[in-house]
Structure formats: C-alpha cells, structure tokens
Design a protein around this ligand. Structure first.
Ligand SMILES: *[C@@H]1O[C@H](CO)[C@@H](O)[C@H](O)[C@H]1NC(C)=O
Ligand SMILES: *[C@@H]1O[C@H](CO)[C@@H](O)[C@H](O)[C@H]1NC(C)=O
Ligand SMILES: *[C@@H]1O[C@H](CO)[C@@H](O)[C@H](O)[C@H]1NC(C)=O
Ligand SMILES: *[C@@H]1O[C@H](CO)[C@@H](O)[C@H](O)[C@H]1NC(C)=O
Ligand SMILES: *[C@@H]1O[C@H](CO)[C@@H](O)[C@H](O)[C@H]1NC(C)=O
Ligand SMILES: *[C@@H]1O[C@H](CO)[C@@H](O)[C@H](O)[C@H]1NC(C)=O
Ligand SMILES: *[C@@H]1O[C@H](CO)[C@@H](O)[C@H](O)[C@H]1NC(C)=O
Length: 373
C-alpha cells in the first residue's frame, strides 16, 4: 500500500499497540541497500561510513560522498561545491544553520529543496530517489571561545566571549559533506534538524515504485538498507521511543532518544538516553554527580580498565575501556561528565555497530536491535 494509505490504517486500527514482531511488516517488501563506500567488512565502523549520492538522476552530474551521521539530522553540503548553486536562487529559500556539538562547528547557509539520488548506475542496487531541503553551506565557524554555544540564544553565530573574542568565520568553505540521518537531534544545536530533512525517510521512489514501502532504515556493516520489510527485520528486538513535543505540528516521524540504563564499574545503572552515533569513534557519558568513576589525571577520560555497561533492555553494549578498541565495541576513548542538571546520557560512538545491527522504524517510533551474525 502507499504510505498515505498506511498512515490512515495506522490511525484507524491502532497498530501502535500491536505486538513487537516482524509480521508488523507483512506485505511491505520495497527496500534497497545503499552500500558504504570502501567498507572494510572484516573490521567495519572504524572510520566514517561514506555513501555516494547525486543531486540529479544524470550519472554525469556531480557525485558527492558524505559520511552517514546518526548524530545529526539533515544534509549539510558546501554550497561552493554544488555547480548549480547561486546566491540569487539560494536566497529564495529559508536561511538556516546547524551546530555539531562534538566538533563545535556551526554551519550556516540556506535550506534548498533538492532531489537526492543513490545507487545511480549500480547494477546490484536499485536507485533510491529522495526529496529533502539540503543545508547548502556558505559559512562555517568553530565556536572555540570560552563561552559555550547555546542554540536558543546564539542561533546562527558563535557567542562572543566576555573579553570580546569572536571566533573567525570562514566564508564559502569547500569539502563539507554530512548526511545527517539521526532522530531527536533538535535539542542539541539543531532545532532545524526535523525529520523532513532526513534523506533516508523522505523517499519518493525505490527502483520506480513506492508501493509497499515502510519508512525506516537498517544500519549494518554493508551499508544502510532503506525500507523495512518482513524479511529484512527478521530477528529484530524492539525498544520503543518516547514521543517528544519538538515540532508543531508534530512530524509523524519525530521521536525522542533511545532509553538506556548506563553504569561504570558495576554501579547501579542510571536511567537516561543513548545516541548510537556513526559520526564518532569515541564516547561521551553524562552521569549523576554521585557516580563513582576513575578518571585519568587532569582529564575527563575514564581510565583504562573501567567497565562500562549500557543496557537497552533488548541489547547490551558492554566493554572495558582500552581493551579491543580496534575490533570490538570499545570506543577509542570515553569522556565522562558528572552533572545532576542533565538526564543521564551516553553517546556510544560508532563501534557499537560492530556488534549490533540497528533499525529505525520511523512511523511506529521504535528501534530494532539484532546481533551481528
Ligand atoms: C511486493 O509484493 C507485491 C504483492 O505481493 C508484488 O506485486 C510486488 O512485486 C512485490 N515487490 C517486490 C519488490 O518484491
Ligand atoms: C541560479 O540557479 C538556478 C537553479 O539552478 C537557475 O535557474 C538560475 O538561472 C541561476 N541564476 C543565475 C543568475 O545563474
Ligand atoms: C579557534 O579556531 C580558529 C580557527 O577556526 C583559530 O584560528 C583560533 O586560534 C582558535 N582559537 C582558540 C581560542 O582556540
Ligand atoms: C540556553 O539558553 C536558554 C535561554 O536563555 C536557557 O533556557 C537554556 O537553559 C540554555 N541552555 C543551556 C544548555 O545552557
Ligand atoms: C545517586 O543518587 C541517586 C538519586 O539522585 C540515587 O538514586 C542513587 O542510588 C545514588 N547512587 C549512588 C551510587 O549513591
Ligand atoms: C594537573 O594540573 C595541575 C594544575 O594545572 C598541574 O599542577 C599538574 O601538574 C597536572 N598533572 C598532570 C599529571 O598533568
Ligand atoms: C574483540 O571484539 C570482537 C568483536 O566484538 C570479539 O569477537 C572478540 O572476541 C573480542 N576480543 C577480545 C579479546 O575481547
């Protein structure tokens, strides 16, 4: 059925209360893989996971190779690298910005509606055509002053420090290629990072059709599979996502972060949320101030040998800091902040995908975990 019909069925029959099993996808069979470029399938998820795309169905048009980033939402591409970009056309569209807290980079530009094509002239994978506004970046600033960037107050510019320092703005930067496909990122410097910006959800065609298409995607070492089906969701165990009051009216694909309970060195776990971020190889954890953790001198880094456990209920991400970083789920390093003002939080980094295949079901608001086989 078409997705519009599907939404009506969803409204009419309360599929939301149905049991969590693969047969929810019965009859949905449209999907295609977007393979990662240059993937090392023996030890995947070491570096950025790249995919190819084009802004035209013409294979001779410019090819872009961004990294897939579940830690942001929205495509962020250098305007100067897009041959058809010009200022007069760009200024017809909403100006916007996104701030990526892990790199402190603030990107500004215009959200220009674009056609996005994957798998052009790839005999093994069907062409996927999406339509999303893309942030065509005309400036970037690293907000590296002493005053912390706050998206509510600072919006599209870095804060000025008390001593007058304002980080330098780089106009028309080249080489910026981010494919933000995450959820629940509006609260972290990306208020414009709403689901309508996600190229993996706003699909209009897969191989010439959109019949029997269930919006969502699965991240595995091979790449990202677009479209959930009974077959490709086999064996998934689900975690339901909370609804958030982030956009008005709410986009039906808008969901809160993954609930998780995290602990260090065998303490009682703290209930909070998790971000399974393909954009990082390291990890960040925020715990209550009474948590007992051992940090390296003059740093926020957990000492080697610390035992970290992140429990998703249906899946467990557990590692010893410093052990098996190259092949296992252990992040390259783990920073801890103790802060009672924040809900406990963990950004696992991308090594978690070495043990778990993870699906995002956008209409139902749930994440599926399946062990890597
Ligand atoms: C999906 O199922 C429908 C109905 O059974 C069938 O007509 C269609 O060819 C199938 N599509 C794919 C991609 O297998
Ligand atoms: C700007 O780009 C648009 C879309 O590609 C194009 O239609 C228009 O002619 C261009 N304008 C100029 C001044 O180059
Ligand atoms: C901030 O980054 C800029 C480059 O964007 C650099 O020139 C400057 O020295 C940095 N300032 C601080 C305080 O680190
Ligand atoms: C950002 O600023 C707003 C408005 O002043 C404030 O309510 C909010 O707590 C600030 N956020 C952070 C993380 O400091
Ligand atoms: C830390 O404080 C919380 C309440 O804020 C409490 O539930 C928890 O048991 C305490 N943990 C430890 C290790 O004392
Ligand atoms: C830690 O910082 C203090 C104060 O800045 C300094 O005196 C000390 O040498 C530092 N220790 C290490 C191990 O770097
Ligand atoms: C390292 O991680 C891999 C992948 O998860 C696992 O198969 C292997 O047993 C781990 N090795 C050690 C020494 O823990």
């Amino acid at each position: 059925m078409l997705f519009q019909q599907f939404l009506r069925v969803l409204g009419a029959t309360s599929v939301l209360t149905a049991g969590a099993n693969a047969s929810d996808y019965d009859g949905f069979n449209t999907s295609a893989l977007i393979p990662f470029v240059d993937v090392d399938s023996a030890i995947p998820f070491t570096d950025y996971q790249l995919v190819n795309f084009w802004f035209s169905s013409d294979i001779s048009s410019t090819n872009y190779t961004p990294f897939v980033d579940t830690g942001s939402t929205g495509m962020v591409i250098s305007a100067i690298d897009i041959p058809e970009w010009n200022l007069s056309e760009a200024s017809c569209y909403p100006s916007g910005w996104e701030y990526l807290s892990s790199s402190k980079r603030l990107y500004t530009g215009n959200w220009i509606p674009k056609d996005v094509y994957f798998n052009l002239e790839d005999p093994d994978h069907e062409v996927i055509h999406s339509q999303v506004p893309v942030l065509c970046v005309t400036s970037v600033t690293i907000c590296n002053g002493t005053t912390k960037y706050n998206s509510t107050v600072n919006e599209g510019s870095c804060p000025t420090d008390p001593d007058g320092y304002l980080p330098p703005v780089t106009e028309y930067p080249t080489g910026i290629r981010i494919m933000g496909v995450g959820f629940d990122r509006q609260g972290d410097g990306m208020p414009q990072g709403t689901p309508d910006k996600n190229p993996f959800l706003n699909v209009v065609r897969i191989g010439g059709t959109l019949e029997d298409f269930w919006p969502g995607y699965i991240i595995t070492k091979e790449g990202v599979t677009i479209g959930l089906t009974e077959e490709n969701m086999e064996g998934m165990e689900y975690v339901w996502l909370p609804m958030i009051d982030s956009t008005t009216p709410r986009n039906p694909f808008d969901w809160g972060a993954i609930p998780a309970c995290m602990s260090v060195d065998g303490a009682t776990c703290s209930v909070g949320t998790a971000l399974l971020d393909t954009g990082l190889s390291n990890s960040y954890i925020t715990l209550p101030s009474n948590a007992s953790v051992s940090l390296s001198p003059n740093s926020t880094l957990l000492v080697s040998g610390s035992d970290v456990k992140i429990d998703f209920g249906v899946a467990l991400d557990e590692f010893v800091v410093g052990e098996n970083v190259t092949e296992g789920v252990t992040p390259t390093k783990v920073s801890v902040a103790l802060n009672d003002a924040r809900v406990p939080f963990v950004n696992t980094g991308r090594h978690v995908y070495r043990a778990w295949e993870v699906a995002f079901d956008a209409p139902l608001g749930r994440v599926g975990f399946r062990p890597v086989s």
